[in-house]
Design a protein around this ligand. Structure first.
Ligand code: SF4
Length: 304
């Protein structure tokens, strides 16, 4: 079967079976073409809440499918490829955080949304990369343990220096692998290009950026800008999506190695399997779901 035929079959079956397909922005173009909605992890979970379809197939990684299930417990949620985890989301477990809390009882635990449902149950407030600064500024507490990403945590600490941060040594291995030398090299090659970076990158990288923001923020910046050349400092699928969206502009990856294997693992065949009931359904026990949701509710309360 040709790719186009598989995509047509997916489009036909999802309509017939009343299924919605949600794809993270780091998914391949062939997947985003069959998706009902493409966005970052929290945007996908919020979108799921508004859908009329009772079944959702999430193309992305496990914590994203969990976030959909936490906010839409009445829906049947499939993770398109059950091997798709996020190394960062799984770097710390509940006991690690409980021990930290015991050691620093006057600190509030702020969790990046890239954490498991189980980890969120022992955290106080959730943040996304686009709302982290606003949420941290708005919350009344001044003493923060930021988990798990040291780079996003450092970025927030620099933006909100009046608050006291304890940072863990976690992070996205893909974004953290980029160095300032990568930036120097690509900037030398494309001196007029605007450099856009994700805050999961190290401070030595983001301090070279013309703009630092979430994947959605990076895409919106590039689309709206009147500039013609951009260096993209996040997962390379964004370079591909931007090339489709803005054919009159040029996009260069910060490095050809900026590829998340967990994001790349999902294929159109996995979607077809899920449509045919062969995928992994995400199940979260109700106590865990309610406790994890409190963390997300706090984010909304603080303007996230
Ligand atoms: S790019 Fe990084 S944060 Fe995103 S899913 Fe992959 S490992 Fe996790």
């Amino acid at each position: 079967m040709l790719l186009r035929e598989i995509q047509d079959e997916i489009l036909r079956l999802k309509q017939e079976k009343d299924i919605a397909i949600l794809a993270h922005s780091y998914q391949s173009h062939e997947i985003t073409e069959v998706a009902d909605f493409v966005g970052d992890s929290y945007a996908l979970a919020k979108k799921a809440m508004t859908l009329t379809q009772k079944t959702v197939i999430l193309c992305g990684v496990r914590f994203m499918a969990e976030t959909v299930k936490i906010l839409s417990p009445e829906k049947t949620v499939y993770l398109a490829n059950s091997s798709a985890g996020c190394p960062m989301a799984e770097q710390f477990n509940k006991t690690d955080i409980e021990n930290l809390r015991a050691k620093h009882p006057d600190y509030t635990v702020v969790a990046y949304i890239n954490t498991t449902a189980e980890l969120k149950t022992v955290c106080d407030v959730c943040v996304t990369s686009s709302c982290a600064e606003q949420v941290i500024r708005s919350m009344p507490q001044d003493k923060i343990i930021f988990v798990p990403d040291i780079n996003l945590g450092t970025y927030c600490k620099n933006l909100v220096p009046e608050k006291d941060f304890i940072l863990l040594d976690g992070g996205c291995p893909i974004h953290a692998s980029m160095t300032e030398n990568d930036v120097f090299k690509v900037k030398k090659q494309y001196p007029s290009a605007v450099f856009l970076a994700h805050p999961e990158c190290k401070a030595e990288v983001t301090k070279q950026a013309d703009y630092t923001g979430s994947t959605t923020g990076i895409m919106e910046y590039a689309i709206k800008s009147d500039k013609k050349e951009f260096i993209i400092g996040t997962e390379n699928s964004i370079v591909e999506h931007l090339k489709y969206k803005c054919p009159d502009k040029k996009f260069f990856p910060l490095s050809n190695n900026f590829i998340c294997g967990d994001m790349a693992i999902t294929s159109v065949f996995d979607i077809l399997d899920c449509i045919n009931g062969k995928g992994e359904e995400i199940k979260i026990d109700e106590d865990t779901r309610i406790a994890a949701k409190k963390c997300i509710d706090k984010m909304i309360e603080y303007g996230g």
